[in-house]
Design a protein around this ligand. Structure first.
Ligand code: ATP
Ligand code: MG
Length: 563
């Protein structure tokens, strides 16, 4: 392939709208272009990378015994009404009406369509287990599309669905998928981790997320230093403090603080308790007591209380006289629960419902009711690992895959039954397995770039090598050598880009560094005078002069050892 036919549209300037390195680099390298918020065109260079991800995913799915199919992007509303998700999925679901006034949606996921297929086609236990997958465009009307293809509205997903006779068979299928996912990320050259996860809106009881580890990740992960525990912080439990609570020693007293302390500022030394507010969909408030320095985990709060919508100070202050930013456990006009660690404190301080008033020497049971205690906070760096060995370390990750054991939830709702060995009708056991194919491209760049551009891991690179002829337009010898090398490499299955733009070396090299092709060969008059070409490794930026005849072997050797 030549740059002149590829359509290489690189940008010199950094696009102002891009916050993340991957977004900036994908725009600058000419991989994608925005069409509307969260909707992109993949240019030829970007598409080559996307296709490599798809291919790796496809091969591993096939190897795991899944069969590829293709479902429609547009789905009838009736199926979503049957599963009860037409309203439940909310505004992320893009709804459409056809010319007859019939309702449809653009699929954000395909549980309904595949379960409909299964109930029509699968009859007997003899046909099970079965796993299907597709690689397809999804649409989710994300409230905040951002970071380019990382959180887009239209994106490419691999989604797989498995059907089983029993929970035991589902578990086996799930484990096989989990292994396949590990292989996908390993062969793409990405550092990824599987973590225990909350199953969220998809439903189901048991799930794992796969994350590419990167500073820019939106998710926080808790990993134990022994490697035996890994969970999304949403899920990571804290261990209740050991031993019994210290007895109350100090008397309760209200003190005035000279200058108002901002909310969140530590008003006094020693143990302090702060209050967070959440509300139910019907507007009931609930207070949660936390140790100062601990953060509320809304997912845990939602599990304990059944809801965890945040409450704005204005909402609270519209109903109660106490200052929302300076609440304490005394004289609270709404129910209170406490995090384990907060419930374990004695002689603590807490706000006395005004910016300049503080309680000191507060004790549960004596000064305010003993609160129900639950695990409600986010784990922090250094917390003991919930599995009892080692300590937790928090890292950031980009969610690139999510697998669920759905159980019989969808098959029961949509009546997808099979006949078991004794002839009775049973609901199918189901699993579902997603990979963010287009998100992986951005995640890979987050993990692999430097100040000059992208550093593609060899298996993801749009090309294995780029040949850069210097003065190729004026020197037939340079041009012919470059073309001969191109032919030689392509005949060996090496994806080769020949840069036939008539650019000065400085700008050509800067562009090639930006697009991140792992190997570069420079052919120049000066080199050829000594029968040499220059080979360069993009990542280490080291060059090596090589005799012309050895260039091809060097490139192929490097390509094969790193993929
Ligand atoms: P997130 O929490 O990031 O919104 P999700 O839990 O909604 O993800 P799933 O429903 O599990 O995602 O979808 C499977 C995979 O699809 C995710 O692991 C992610 O890699 C990818 N994905 C989800 N939403 C988007 C999006 N808006 N843009 C790009 N990829 C996405
Ligand atoms: Mg989502």
């Amino acid at each position: 392939m030549r740059t002149s036919t590829l359509g290489l549209f690189t940008l010199k300037e950094t696009p102002a709208e891009a916050e993340l390195a991957s977004h900036r680099l994908m725009l600058r390298a000419g991989m994608i272009r925005p069409v509307a918020a969260g909707i992109y065109t993949w240019l030829p260079l970007g598409l080559r990378v996307l296709r490599r991800v798809e291919q790796a995913v496809r091969e591993e799915m096939n190897r795991a015994g899944a069969a590829e199919l293709l479902m429609p992007a547009i789905q009838p509303a009736e199926l979503w009404q049957e599963s009860n998700r037409w309203t439940k999925y909310g505004p992320e679901l893009l709804r459409l009406t056809d010319r007859h006034g019939r309702l449809f949606c653009f699929g954000p996921t395909h549980e309904e369509v595949i379960t409909d297929l299964a109930r029509r086609e699968i009859r007997s236990y003899r046909e099970l287990p079965l796993t299907f997958y597709q690689i397809q465009t999804k649409f989710r009307d994300e409230i905040r599309p951002r970071f380019g293809v990382m959180r887009a509205r239209e994106f490419v997903m691999k989604d797989a669905y498995s059907f089983h006779v029993s929970e035991a068979s589902l578990r086996e299928g799930y484990d096989r998928m989990r292994d396949a996912y590990h292989r996908v990320f390993q062969r793409l050259g990405l550092e990824a981790r599987a973590v225990a996860a909350d199953s969220g809106a998809i439903g189901g009881r048991y799930s794992h997320e796969f994350h590419v580890l990167a500073e820019a990740g939106e998710d926080r992960l808790a990993l134990s230093d022994t490697g035996s525990y890994a969970a999304n912080v949403e899920l990571a439990e804290t261990r209740p403090p050991e031993g019994s609570r210290a007895p109350a020693r100090r008397p309760l007293e209200k003190v005035r603080i000279g200058s108002p302390v901002p909310p969140g500022g530590s008003p006094a030394g020693g143990a302090h308790i702060r209050i967070e507010l959440v509300k139910s969909p019907s507007g009931d408030f609930h207070a949660i007591a936390l140790c100062a320095g601990h953060e509320l985990n809304p997912v845990k709060a939602a599990h304990v209380l059944g809801y965890a919508e945040p409450v704005s100070p204005a909402e609270w202050n519209g109903r109660y006289p106490q200052d929302a930013a300076h609440l304490g456990p005394l004289d609270l006009p709404c129910p209170l629960v406490a995090d384990h660690a907060a419930a374990h404190l004695a002689d603590f301080s807490a706000w006395a419902n005004a910016p300049d008033q503080l309680w000191q020497g507060v004790n549960w049971g004596r000064d305010c009711p003993e609160p129900p205690a639950h695990d409600l906070r986010l784990v922090t760096n250094g917390d003991p690992s919930p599995d009892g060995v080692g300590r937790l370390r928090l890292v950031r990750g980009i969610e690139v895959g999510h697998i669920f054991q759905l159980g019989t939830e969808y098959s029961e709702r949509l009546h997808a039954y099979f006949q078991d060995e004794s002839g009775s009708e049973k609901p199918l056991w189901m699993g579902c397995y997603g990979i963010g194919v287009s998100r992986i491209v951005a995640a890979a760049i987050e993990q692999h770039h430097d100040e000059w551009g992208i550093l593609w891991p060899m298996p993801l690179a749009p090309f294995d090598v780029v040949i850069a002829p210097i003065g190729g337009k004026t020197s037939p010898r340079v041009w012919e050598t470059a073309c001969a090398l191109e032919t030689e490499l392509e005949s060996q299955g090496c994806q080769t880009l020949l840069d036939d733009r008539d650019l000065r070396p400085g700008s050509m090299f800067a562009d090639l560094d930006l697009i991140g092709i792992p190997q570069r060969i420079v052919v120049s008059e000066r080199g050829l005078a000594e029968n040499q070409i220059e080979w360069r490794d993009r990542k280490s930026r080291t060059t090596r002069p090589l005799p012309r005849e050895r260039a091809g072997a060097m490139v192929l050797d490097r390509m094969r050892t790193s993929s």
